[in-house]
Ligand binder design. Structure first.
Ligand SMILES: [Fe+2]
Length: 262
């Protein structure tokens, strides 16, 4: 019998793919989506679940953090943001389980039921589609902002806790863009395996600064309702991602020789 051909770095591992989607299928089978959908709508397109991921999935994410930690791109934007990021391009190469989880049909279908919209994965050249965020130095944080969609449709953010040895909190304000509803502030500390799901243009939020001797890593998945983006919006989005998150080499990788990519 011939030995199986070696798989390329970007080629899915069928066992890993099976495990990611099967784990989520089993996890979500008993979940009351109708109640959570009502909660999501009442909170202005926002949901927090303290205990979401199966432990074996969280363990795989922690292993992914270990695999990419030498490839973190750090940024400092005075008054707005300080921290490290790892784009989907690096994750594809070094932590493919995360990419498999992002594409889990069971997960996507469940999120679509929560928000009541058909969801698609972000286009292949979007470095934000799935990304890890590292809070490793005192003061690492991100200030108040919306996850603005540059797409023609809405963009939903799924934020997953991976490692939290910190005092960082997700502070948020619900209903800020609904004139008839009073703003409702809130704050949560997201443990490993915890979930926050929201419409990026509806939730004003921030991550409070990291303290001394603290460490935190979170993972975000971005899903869209319409993957089209006008050219000038693409340019603004790319510049923002290059400066504030992943660096020009990751964002504009098509324009660079392959040997220069990281
Ligand atoms: Fe955000």
């Amino acid at each position: 019998m011939n030995a199986p051909a070696p798989r390329g770095l970007l080629e899915p591992d069928p066992d890993t793919q099976l495990n990611a989607d099967q784990s989520m299928t089993a996890r979500l089978r008993g979940t009351d989506a109708s109640t959570l959908k009502r909660d999501f709508a009442q909170q202005g397109a926002f949901l927090y679940l303290e205990d979401f991921l199966p432990p074996e999935v969280t363990a795989q994410l922690v292993a992914g953090v270990e695999a990419v930690k030498a490839s973190v791109n750090r940024n400092y934007l005075p008054g707005h943001k300080q921290g490290g990021s790892v784009s989907r391009h690096t994750i594809d190469q070094l932590a493919p389980f995360i990419a498999e989880l992002y594409r889990s049909p069971a997960l996507i279908d469940w999120l679509a039921r929560l928000c009541g919209e058909s969801l698609q994965v972000s286009p292949a050249d979007d470095p934000h589609a799935y990304a890890l965020y590292f809070y490793t130095r005192p003061g690492d944080h991100i200030g108040w902002h919306y996850d603005t969609s540059y797409y023609e449709g809405r963009r939903y953010t799924l934020l997953l806790g991976v490692i939290d040895q910190s005092s960082c909190r997700l502070d948020y304000e619900l209903h800020t863009r609904e004139p008839e509803v009073a703003d409702q502030p809130g704050s949560v500390q997201i443990p490993p395996g915890g979930l926050v799901f929201f419409d990026g243009d509806a939730l004003r939020h921030r991550i409070t600064p990291l303290g001394e001797n603290e460490f935190r890593v979170s993972l975000t998945f971005e899903y869209v309702t319409n993957p089209n983006m006008r050219a000038w919006r693409r340019f603004i989005s790319n510049m923002k991602d290059a400066v504030a998150y992943f660096g020009f080499r990751q964002v504009f990788r098509k324009l660079l020789p392959a040997a220069k990519r990281t």
